[in-house]
Design a protein. Sequence first.
Length: 210
Amino acid sequence: METHAAVGLRDRKKQETRDRLAHVATLLFIERGFENVTIAEIAAAADVSKMTVTNYFPRKEDLVFDAHENVVDSLAKTLRDRRPGESALRALHREFVGSLDANRPLNGLCTTGFAQLVHDSERLRARERELDEKREAALADALAAEAGATDPAPVLVAAQLAAAHRVLVHRGRALIRERTGRQAVRAELTELAESAFTLLEPALGGCYER
């Protein structure tokens, strides 16, 4: 029987390998373009077999979006963790602004190379749209868990909140591609977030208060 320590070490080594593969692949993609790099070249650069790469990442796109599980759950997690008396809208607004101060990449604060990489690849943009749809659905499910499965409101509310978040992330990426300074990016996104969530406040400000 494996001990907890042995299982923990194995899982840690798997995560280290996964992180290294994603890092190596992303550097190659940024240098040469997503479509111009093969799995074999990634394997060679990481000193592993092609099978190891595909075992960890069955989809080539997820070498770029290696944190996709966190991406999908991010808005739902914010909802679950919201403060007493806080609505879904205000929780997402607070979390987004806080993420700017913490420089979190999940909300669009990435490197210039990464922003340009995604912008230049239709396959990566398509994968990101899939993740956006899954993130919206996860938020709707989290809202429905509170409101009741037959209530249509969770789907409508999630669509509006997710759309606002998506606009903010994409605007942040655009500013980064333009090599706007980080302080200026944070300032513009903070102002844009205030405008976006204020616009939704009359309809959603009191929805799903904890």
